[in-house]
Write a new protein. Structure first.
Lengths: 355, 355
């Protein structure tokens, strides 16, 4: 089984190195091959997603991704900015289903902004559609307005869109995931304003007919943003479009108070996937050896579970992570009184030891 | 000064009645005229925003609005649903600047989901552009996809757009508001993905050159959704587009834990405005006399301040609201041990008495 390892920028290199260490200790027949991506790839090869990197990702069975981005690339033209690498990978690999668990670890409940009773035991799975919506819709650009409030003025525009099969397939992913969990799906839309999301709501409702054992609730995106703050534990599986999913999955992640712990999977139609931590490249702490590698290590576990069909190996990693937390080891982002502060490498080593 | 009073649906009638009582006691030369809107207007006249209601709103100096909507209208065709009234009023009155304060009252800090130290003294002003963006962009609808992932499939689409003057005028509103506050504006965009919001960011930056005394920071919408949870007090004035503003203003409102306390103003280019509570029509508690009228009463205060140039009268209302809170009166939504539970009317009467 071949894994493309794309560390990227900022803390990417450090955290991916720990996940690789963990994968290596499992003694599975994995072949890991590394390539540059993001700002690092722009520096080395003039493009954030060089052909060779994309080809490696295509050839591999799964992709382990760190993070991309740095303020220093802000002035580059958009096509060359680091985040184009992640958008390009999603598009070219057809990774339409983004699974973002928002899980509150028992030992880290206090780290949340929310009162402990509201988040203790929190376990939401946000399923974000990842290759459609306004992220990729054409046409887009700048032009002279022909109508609207200021005809004749310069304007910029984008196109939001979803086709029936795009909505159907992500709805199936959500209902199937709900079957393995507590059988409840919240579909988030803005059907009261957007044609795209009236269509979304209609089709999710249609697909639901095939899952009579799963409960379906519809919620407007503004209300979802509120209910996540008010009573996050009322959610189980949340399914939504690319744009709303971007916002809500980050909001939900932050509710846990430990975004340094949250993995993610982006899957194609055959369960091939790209796995990455939910957090970003954190250029401010890059190279200091203080980043939390656990989200990346847990992303490797998700990879073993979803794409590589090695659930026992995934379990071993996840148990090891729980064990190091129970032992009181903490990187600075999750540190609190009475625990032991460790760096990136020490945390990775501890997980390896626990395995 | 003529005020159009549009109570609407659900708790709208009850809460607006209390705000009207408060306005009447001020003994200002106000002429109040009531009209139906939303579901109530659909029932009475077959349309959520009848011509006569729109005309009254246009002729008036300001509009005091309750709330619209009820589950029972969900099956109506979109053009006849209650929320079309509010979209229609925004559009036809040119109410492009929505001011949504997220304020945490000292006595209600405990009601927040967040830990008290994170929200005590919270005072954010979210400025949402209200007549542009994907809410009103054309074209929109359903069609057969000609490209994308599934050419030939049925798809739905909407158009996101902003023109230069639309962005300029809302940016001015934000910078001017910041001058009256702590001189910091956070402009929220998604410039890394959307052409519309790269344009937004560019133009806000341009307009900022006229306000060298105000600090401007740019933030991606997903990050803003996180930072609001993590450290809401870092924000002062937040300015963003219609769609992102819909989501973030509701998230911010819920952070305070007392959405029943939050007013809002929607202003046109001449400071004419529509004033309404930030919460909805709450059909589940309608007619029970338990709704919190304070957000609507405070909306009337905003109306006096922004549109009717009666700042002393606005002050009197706001002080009276603080006084009733200090006296321990609470509607059920903000009730806690040791305070006195009152209904909608009793709360309104208490504000009148305090004035
Ligand atoms: C970097 C950016 C393009 C990306 C997105 O908006 O999808 C990021 O926010 C994410 O959620 O992975
Ligand atoms: C009812 C709906 C159309 C409206 C909106 O999305 O603007 C509401 O959510 C609001 O924020 O006033």
């Amino acid at each position: 089984m071949k894994i493309a390892v794309l560390p990227g920028d900022g803390i990417g290199t450090e955290i991916v190195a720990e996940a690789v260490k963990v994968l290596n200790v499992l003694e599975l027949p994995l072949e890991l091959e590394e390539a540059v991506v993001g700002g690092a790839a722009y520096e080395a090869k003039g493009h954030p997603l060089p052909d060779s990197t994309l080809q490696l990702a295509k050839d591999a069975d799964a992709v382990l991704f760190g993070a991309v981005g740095d303020w220093k690339y802000d002035k580059l033209e958009r096509a060359l900015r680091p985040e184009q690498a992640i958008l390009g990978l999603r598009k070219h690999l057809g990774l339409f289903a983004n699974l973002r668990p928002a899980l509150c670890y028992e030992q880290l409940t206090h780290a949340s902004s929310l009162k402990p009773e509201l988040v203790a035991g929190l376990d939401i799975l946000i399923i974000r559609e990842l290759t459609g919506d306004i992220y990729f819709g054409q046409p887009r650009g700048r032009r002279t307005a022909v109508d609207g409030h200021f005809p004749g003025a310069e304007e910029a525009f984008d196109t939001m869109r979803y086709s029936r099969p795009e909505i159907e397939r992500i709805a199936h992913v959500a209902f199937q995931a709900a079957r393995r969990r507590s059988k409840k799906v919240t579909s988030v839309d803005k059907a009261n304003v957007l044609e795209t999301f009236q269509f979304w709501k209609d089709i999710v409702t249609e697909v639901h007919a095939q899952y009579p054992d799963v409960e379906l609730e519809h919620m407007y995106v503004d209300n979802a943003a509120m209910q996540l703050v008010k009573a996050p534990k009322k959610f189980d599986v949340v399914v939504t479009g690319n744009m709303f999913g971007d916002i809500l999955s980050d909001e939900a992640a932050m509710l846990t108070g430990s975004i340094g712990m949250l993995p993610s999977a982006s899957l194609d139609a055959n369960n091939k996937g790209l796995y990455e931590p939910s957090h970003g490249s954190a250029p401010d702490i890059a190279g200091k050896g203080v980043a939390n590698p656990l989200a990346t290590i847990l992303s490797a576990a998700m990879m073993l579970r979803y794409t590589l069909a090695q659930p026992e190996a995934a379990d071993r990693i996840e148990s090891a992570v729980r064990a190091v937390l129970a032992a009181g080891l903490r990187t600075p982002d999750i540190y609190s009184d009475g625990t032991r502060k460790v760096g990136t490498r020490e945390m990775g080593d501890a997980v390896v030891a626990a395995i």
